[in-house]
Design a protein around this ligand. Structure first.
Ligand SMILES: Cc1ncc(COP(=O)(O)O)c(C=O)c1O
Length: 386
């Protein structure tokens, strides 16, 4: 297995890059790295998609306005307030080009593109460090003070945040938006909001449409379990959403995205059930991991759990060990700003996969114990980049 793939970029290698080098083992990969809903689409929906594959691949999709209108109808939003893109990363790129003029504030750790994209285009990125001793919880008042002190012109807030899954109640986000109504832009990234269980209607998307400077961003790959399709959208007042829709390339959405969007309405119940199952798994997986003496598990409202490893355990060595010996793929957080290799992000997965992960974690602890007591450093527990 080629572990040098992990040192090539700020993000994890793709499933395809990784499994190409794993031969038969690749088929057994349990992916705890990429945060994806395992219960949606249902096997029946995949069957439906497969049946239509030939025409989906042969014909041009409709223009993105037609697809976005259908999505807006499902979401009960005014179509003029929605712009749809080829993954929400495309919108982060365009927001930076259109609306980030000089500086942007963002709590870290967070999704890497929120810091890297504006840095790549020469903007000042004001990073507000979330603190381990307050379990990476964000204080809105402190963050606003920080934004004022730095005179940031744009403020971003991910709710829930990646990689810790920290969540702020809707009323706190509304307060944040209202206190910063003088900024060029306030972005609320709700890519993981459908996984929230503690509040019935956590999204501020509809509230963004009646404010002058607020954009809510959503990624559809995570909650609909379809990262490969690359679809996401933003919600904002018609002037902002319209500007974005006109800026995006024509036919930026593909026919698979269109087919899925037009399937969603009739599968709303299965989607709701998938979220219920995921919340159940999140609770069970958290309890299971918390039993392990070397792990601290942070509370999360997203479809992943941030875990701190015990003193002296290196996340890279653990990642390599789990991949090589158990075909279990985890996200080690050493290359995330505001994190270290003592943290890993583990995607919420069904019980049988968690059993494999836990078995791997025990195997790693035993091998470590064996090495410490024999005085040898065996190859399995040392991270190598070649
Ligand atoms: C907080 C957050 N926003 C946006 C994205 C981008 O998602 P995509 O481009 O796949 O829609 C991610 C990806 O992990 C993320 O974590």
């Amino acid at each position: 297995m080629d572990t040098s793939l992990f040192s090539k970029a700020a993000h994890s290698p793709s499933y395809f890059e990784l499994t190409r080098g794993m031969g038969e083992h690749g088929r057994q990969l349990a992916d705890f790295c990429i945060p994806c809903n395992p219960y949606f689409p249902t096997p029946e929906m995949f069957g439906e998609l497969a049946k239509n594959l030939e025409s989906v691949l042969k014909y041009y999709p409709s223009d993105s306005g037609t697809i976005a209108n259908r999505l807006a109808r499902i979401l009960k939003l005014n179509p003029a307030t929605v712009a749809m893109s080829n993954g929400s990363t495309e919108l982060i790129t365009w927001m930076d080009h259109l609306w980030f003029s000089e500086s942007v504030a963002i709590p870290i750790p967070t999704f890497g593109r929120w810091t890297d994209q504006p840095m790549e285009t020469g903007k000042r990125v004001d990073m507000y460090p979330l603190q381990e001793n307050s379990e990476f919880n964000l204080s809105i008042d402190d963050y606003i003070k920080f934004i004022r002190a730095r005179k940031s012109r744009v403020a971003v807030l991910c709710n829930p945040n990646n990689p810790d899954g920290g969540y702020l109640p809707r009323r706190e986000i509304l307060r944040f938006m209202d206190e910063l109504s003088d900024l060029d832009l306030v972005v609320i990234d709700e890519s993981f909001i459908d996984f929230v269980e503690v509040e019935r209607n956590p999204s501020v998307a509809a509230d963004a449409t009646i404010r002058p400077n607020v954009v809510v961003l959503k990624s559809l790959g995570k909650n609909f379990g379809l990262h490969g399709i690359r679809f996401g959208y933003l919600v904002a007042n018609p002037a902002l959403a319209g500007k974005m829709a006109k800026t995006l390339p024509k036919w930026n959405l593909n026919s698979l995205a269109e087919t899925v969007v037009f399937m969603l309405e009739e599968h709303a119940d299965e989607y709701g059930e998938s979220l219920r199952l995921l919340a159940r798994d999140r609770y069970q997986m958290g309890m299971e991991l918390a039993r392990h003496p070397d792990l601290t598990v942070y509370s999360s409202q997203a479809n992943f759990l941030l875990v701190k490893l015990g003193a002296g355990i290196d996340g890279m060595a653990l990642r390599d060990y789990l991949l090589q010996h158990h075909q279990v793929f985890i996200r080690e957080c050493g290359n995330k700003l505001g994190m270290s290799s003592q943290f890993v992000r583990l995607v919420v997965r069904p019980e049988q996969d968690v059993a494999r992960l836990v078995e791997g974690l025990h195997g790693f602890s035993q091998a470590r114990w064996g090495q410490e007591h024999s005085g040898h450093s065996g190859p399995a527990l040392v991270h190598s980049v070649s």
